[in-house]
Design a protein around this ligand. Structure first.
Ligand code: PLP
Length: 449
């Protein structure tokens, strides 16, 4: 999955570029790329053209929608799939569409990605389920938040953490929420590429780019009725039945929620991705990733000066591991792995600042905040994250573990690294192509996310 790419490392050696960052984004699966290639000659307007290609594109788009619904077991009933850009857009969309009032309470957790925290903050009060230093909470913690007054309008919870790979007990949590009349939205961005999405949540959101379909589409699933009243998130063509200058008759969902020309290529890619997951089979996905995940986590735990964050080894997680290297800033570890070993990982806070701060035990952020406000991101706390997907191999994991053993044993860097205070990232001071100038000029460091 993903063509083998070579990279010239700082010592002049050309190595395989190993991507251990599936929790960020994944390359296109071959059948996904094939489906997109097949569609492209037919590409035309969706729902808006009488021509043959237009009809073919519309059919492809609607077939993809059906596949996406079927993937989460929601076809043939009252549910709809809204094709959007990604999980972030899906959750913002839902937060708007639920017509929350400022006094409404949305119950969520400190484990969430920012995408499942910030949209609720815009419209409602939040009540947070806290986690322990191991990054977990249990059903009783959620029940306590559900039982507090006022009764929450919604429970917004992740299916799996993109930081630790921990999977909250979603089925039991959904039962507890439903027993109290509280609907549940599941952020399935990290879970959906690795596990069957649980059937309990009322709403589900996930992204194609983390599921081998990097063509800009995601999905928001939910009961059609939730989108049947009120104004849509976006207004414009395609979302309407009739428009007069003073009046609009909105189309029924899902069209009502998809104003503007839809991303048919992205939808077809996501439809192909869910078919591919079904073809591979969850047992095979789990077996592959569990083997690599165990190797990764136990390997990291066995390296002196490396500290794994999150749940203890006996707790099953997805194959995601966030860790610290004693005495070495997280950005420097990531830069050295990339420049000296050709290994791609992520560092920083992984768009989950409150969770990372808890895992790191950083409660007082005043100093960091002041420095960030002054434009200096060099001391943002964070960690290094390695994660695997279907395209990852044992050799990839072993290469990471070997590289970390060398780094922690004190292997000298071949050139100095400089930290860019604006991004917080480290760059090797070298003329080897692609490392210093391309890296620093591109901007937008990991540390910010
Ligand atoms: C758990 C989780 N939620 C939400 C998101 C946001 O996804 P996107 O950036 O595709 O909107 C991510 C992305 O990594 C994630 O891991």
């Amino acid at each position: 999955m993903g063509a083998a790419t070579e990279v010239e490392c700082l010592d002049g050696t050309v190595r395989l570029a190993r991507d251990l960052d599936a929790a960020a984004s994944t390359p296109a699966a071959a059948p996904v790329a094939a489906a997109v290639t097949e569609l492209l000659p037919m590409y035309s307007s969706v729902h808006r053209g009488a021509g043959f290609k237009s009809r073919a594109s519309t059919a492809a788009f609607e077939t993809a929608r059906r596949r996406i619904l079927a993937h989460v077991g929601r076809e043939g009933g009252d549910d709809t799939a809204i094709i959007c850009r990604n999980t972030t857009e899906a959750l913002n969309h839902l937060a708007f569409r639920l017509r929350l009032e400022p006094d409404d309470v949305v119950c969520t957790t400190v484990v969430e990605h920012h995408a499942n925290l910030l949209p609720w903050a815009r419209y409602a009060r939040r009540r947070y389920v806290e986690c322990g230093t191991d990054g977990m909470f249990d059903v009783d913690d959620v029940v306590a938040a559900l039982c507090a007054q006022p009764v929450p309008r919604l429970l917004a919870i992740t299916g799996a953490s993109n930081v630790t790979g921990w999977m909250p007990p979603v089925d039991a949590i959904c039962d507890a929420a439903h027993d109290r009349g509280v609907p549940v939205v599941l952020d399935a961005a990290q879970l959906a590429p690795h596990r069957l999405v649980p059937r309990g949540p009322d709403f589900v959101a996930w992204s194609g780019h983390k599921m081998y379909a990097p063509f800009g589409a995601g999905a928001l699933i939910g009961p059609r009725g939730a989108f049947a009243e009120g104004e849509p998130f976006l207004m414009g063509g395609g979302a309407v039945e009739l428009v007069d200058l003073d009046e609009v008759l909105w189309a029924p969902p899902p069209e009502r929620e998809e104003a503007g020309s839809p991303n048919v290529v992205g939808a077809v890619a996501l439809g192909a991705a869910v078919e591919e997951m079904a073809r591979v089979g969850w047992a095979a996905v789990d077996a592959h990733e569990a083997a690599l995940g165990d190797r990764l986590r136990s390997g990291l735990a066995g390296i002196e000066r490396v500290t794994l964050l999150g749940p203890p080894p006996e707790i099953p997680t997805l194959a995601v591991a966030s860790f610290l290297v004693d005495g070495m800033p997280h950005g420097l570890v990531a830069a050295r792995l990339a420049c000296e070993y050709g290994i791609g990982v992520r560092h920083g806070c992984f768009c989950a600042h409150p969770y990372l701060m808890r895992l790191l035990g950083c409660r007082d952020m005043a100093g960091t905040r002041a420095r960030v406000l002054s434009g200096d991101r060099s001391a943002i706390p964070g960690a290094v994250r390695a994660s695997v997907g279907l395209g990852s191999t044992v050799t990839d994991v072993d290469a990471l573990l070997d590289a970390l053993r060398q780094l922690t044993a004190g292997t000298e860097a071949p050139v100095p690294y400089r930290q860019d205070p604006l991004s917080g990232d480290f760059f090797a001071d070298t003329s080897v192509p692609g490392w210093w100038s391309a890296g620093s000029a591109a901007g937008g460091g990991c540390a910010q996310g």
